[in-house]
Design a protein around this ligand. Structure first.
Ligand SMILES: [Zn+2]
Length: 198
């Protein structure tokens, strides 16, 4: 027996989400059908709003409703340092720390020859432009401690060091292969405090 088309479509949609197989998708689809109509309407509206109202900051690449984003516009932040991260999620994680009040730059990925991802495929060009325009003195590279994250850190370091900008790398109390987004505040704080010059 086949599911009625609206359910089949809903299952298909859920299966497009990461980590969701057909079993979970089916469970979620049936759960959705049982939800109050208002909740489903709210849910669908927030999906559309998230897609429509959010975009990437033209300065730092973070996800934002306003362009430039709130962090880039905040003049009370330390304008001399930038933490370079892989994903917008990493900004959220790092900005929970009370002890860092600088800026961020989101690469949207890492260099990965295996996946055919080169320097033009991640947000490096705008970083270079920022370094020319803004009074940035230190770039703290906080890509994850994976082989691709390390290679990306090296690449960026070689690219910007000749301009006389200090380049540091987060200390890895973060264990190898660990993701910044899952690290607790204390670990992140130690990683930033213990950063080392590249
Ligand atoms: Zn921004």
């Amino acid at each position: 027996m086949q599911y009625p088309e609206p359910i089949a479509k809903l299952i298909d949609s859920y299966m497009k989400l990461p980590g969701i197989g057909s079993k979970t998708a089916t469970r979620l689809a049936f759960y959705t059908i049982d939800m109050p109509e208002d909740d489903v309407t709210d849910f669908s509206k927030s999906l559309i709003a998230a897609k429509k109202d959010l975009h990437y900051c033209s300065v730092c690449g973070n996800i934002t409703e306003n362009d430039p984003c709130d962090i880039c516009r905040d003049q009370s932040r330390d304008q001399n340092s930038v933490i370079v991260v892989e994903q917008p999620k990493d900004v959220m994680a790092l900005d929970k720390m009370d002890d860092y009040h600088g800026l961020y730059h989101v690469l949207h990925g890492v260099l990965s020859p295996m996946e055919g991802k080169g320097p033009d495929d991640i947000n490096i060009k705008t970083l270079i432009q920022r370094l020319q325009k803004q009074p940035i003195k230190e770039v703290i590279i906080a890509t994850n401690a994976t082989p691709e994250g390390e290679a990306t850190a090296m690449y960026i370091s070689r690219l910007i060091k000749p301009a006389g900008i200090k380049v540091t790398r987060l200390a890895h109390g973060l264990s190898v292969g660990s993701d910044i987004e899952y690290a607790d505040e204390m670990t992140l704080l130690k990683a930033v405090e213990g950063r080392q010059e590249m």
